[in-house]
Design a protein around this ligand. Structure first.
Ligand code: SAM
Length: 308
């Protein structure tokens, strides 16, 4: 449900409403939430790069905003809960500034927050740079509030690369050595980003692929827990929470995206929202499609540039 008052949004959420979006400024929502009430915060804030919803294009303002947000976010997180902050690079006049460096500086001041991983999110599509290597990763900083935290590794295991591997010495010599449920997915995740051909594409300019927050939600919360996204956009985090039977409280300042969030949720409930399975690896190009096949002049150019 969509709420225009932060207290009404919080009340509805704490009463057990499964999917609530407050349309307004996240500082208002964070102030209305009781302390220690949220199990997981997953979000991607504005990068201050001059997008329609950015209030500034200066990385100094990103840093300032994060210094303000850090205590507000930490207050609402329950002990043992997690904060996952997804960010990329700020690029200005050819200079690249890694925003997670600035976010880390702000969050690490909080005495209760502990960094557990800096996850690399790798993807294939984006702007083709000419004067540097094209950017094909962003990061997720995963902090926990305290040391006694939820981590459901079994919920996110991935298939073993060599499932037939065996112990080669010791008392288990000859027995299979891998966990049959799969291995730890590691801290580098390849998840296709949402560009025009992606089945989850909406009119939001930088939405999460649902599978990205979904993996965090599976690992860091339990069924029925409350997941918060203070910069919800199209609420991909909320859809992931709904799929995984968690409650969602989102906040989005732009009316069109807050409404889009509710529309997506309704479509999901009706079984009509296209969602990419979070376990799927990036698909290899389909050679039956003409876009996947090399025209003759590509072969010639490759021979010219790649000869040693
Ligand atoms: C990077 S996008 C998040 C996209 C989101 N992860 C998704 O899957 O669609 C950041 C969003 O934060 C919203 N926003 C910016 N400032 C805000 C504020 N002060 N409070 C709440 N939302 C805000 C923007 O309108 C934008 O939709």
């Amino acid at each position: 449900m969509l709420k225009l008052s932060p207290t009404a949004a919080v009340r509805a959420s704490l009463k057990g409403e499964r999917f609530v979006v407050f349309q307004g400024d996240c500082r208002q929502l964070l102030a209305a939430l009781p302390a220690d009430s949220v199990s997981l915060i997953v979000s991607s804030p504005p990068y201050f790069m001059g997008k329609e919803y950015d209030r500034s294009d200066k990385h100094e303002d990103f840093a300032k905003e994060h210094r303000e947000l850090a205590p507000l976010l930490t207050r609402v997180l329950r002990p043992g809960g997690s904060l996952c902050w997804q960010i990329g690079m700020h690029v200005a006049s050819g200079t690249v500034i890694p925003l997670d460096y600035l976010a880390y500086a702000a969050f690490s001041i909080e005495p209760t927050l502990v960094l557990r991983n800096r996850i690399i999110w790798h993807f294939e599509h984006g702007f083709h740079a000419r004067n540097r290597f094209s950017g094909r990763h962003e990061t997720i900083l995963w902090f926990t509030k305290g040391d006694d935290y939820t981590f459901n590794l079994d919920a996110v295991r991935v298939p073993q690369k060599y499932p037939g591997k065996r112990h080669y010495k010791g008392p288990k010599r000859g027995q299979f050595s891998g966990n049959p449920a799969g291995k730890n997915p590691g801290d580098m995740w390849s998840v296709p980003n949402v560009k025009s051909k992606h089945r989850e594409k909406t009119n939001h300019p930088c939405q999460f692929p649902i599978g990205l927050p979904q993996r965090l939600i599976r690992a860091l919360t339990n069924s029925g827990d409350l997941v918060l996204d203070p910069f919800a956009g199209s609420s991909s985090t909320g859809i992931a929470a709904a799929i995984e039977d968690r409650r969602f409280l989102g906040c989005e300042i732009e009316s069109k995206y807050a409404k889009l969030s509710i529309e997506r949720y309704k479509n999901w409930r009706a079984g009509q929202l296209p969602v990419r399975d979070w376990r799927l690896a990036a698909a290899a190009p389909d050679q039956r499609q003409s876009v996947a096949r090399k025209p003759d002049h590509f072969w010639n150019a490759e021979t010219r540039y790649h000869k040693s």
